[in-house]
Design a protein around this ligand. Sequence first.
Ligand code: ZN
Length: 384
Amino acid sequence: MGMETTLNTFKSFYLLPEYVGRLESRIAPLNKRADKLGLTRIQMVVTDDYIQVIDSQAKKFRVNLLSAPVVISGWRVVGVISILDNGEALLTGNVPEEYRNHANTCDHCGQNRARKVTVLLQDGEGNLKQVGRACLKDFTDTTNPEKLADWYQDILEIEIEDDEGSEFEGGGTRVTHFDTLRVLAVAAAVIRIDSRYVPTSAVNDSVPSISTAYKVRSIVEGKGTFEVTEEDSSKASRVIVWGRGKTGESGYLGNVAAALAGPVLEYRTFGIAVSAVAAYYRSEREAADDIRRAENPSVHFGTVGRRESFRLKPVFRTVTENDYGYKTVLAFVDTAGNRATWFASGIVDSPEVDSEGFATCKATVKSHGEYKGELQTIISRVKF
Ligand SMILES: [Zn+2]
């Protein structure tokens, strides 16, 4: 291959030493597959970093798993999008949220059909390409590309249970129940400090990160003190009221309601309870957006036929194919929240954005239209 192999941390666990062996045996068959596929083996590193188990002498050590990038014909696998039986999209690896909206797309053949798995690839310039698993063979000259993608997905899904709820050797009691309010307040604090919520599925191989739920659990299980503010606690109370109000709903929200129903959480409801904080924030934002839209509805901007400068935030992108080739639809809002759409020919990437999520462009205002009851400005010949 001749290429320098860089290893990145793609998973991180805090584990009791006696569970390290279990993780090793979880990795062994994956490494056997790596050998067959010509991939670099996963490396496991047990670090000195530890957390103390509450009411016990036991320590859990941080164990990092490292892997080399999986490359298919010059394209690095950055994530996998799977459609679950209930129709929801599962994003594994570093897949932007927006892919939930076009989990079925294949940028290679452009054909929309029921697909179970698509793979997100990135080239050296950062361009992303979503390719159906079945199209990988056609897309590349690599042997067994779909097996490479499967392997990548499998390593991201490595989980290790060290919390079976039984007492562990060495005495001491395990925490099996957590105070709901405390957990949510810590979750609010962690999200505040990190300025983001990291779902368990978002851990990727270029940025070593730990999911928010994992951090929260380490904190509530740990011996040290961790300050939550009054604001964190009051947010936690609001999340509980909000979540319990979802009783009777189906799917995710119903699960949230069930998890938050009682004063304590169990291991199995811990992750969903932490995610409820992020879901509550999202619903607050959406409600605020609805009010803003109602008070300040989208209006047309620019002058039809004129080429002007705009600051736009990309909010949606999808690629389709017809007899004439590929088409990309990109939707934006301007700084006042007014909607704009660009129907671009070919496959066009989302622009790079600044810290506020905006990019400056020159565009020709093609027409002033309407979509789903909202006024929108159609732009063309957009140059970021
Ligand atoms: Zn395809």
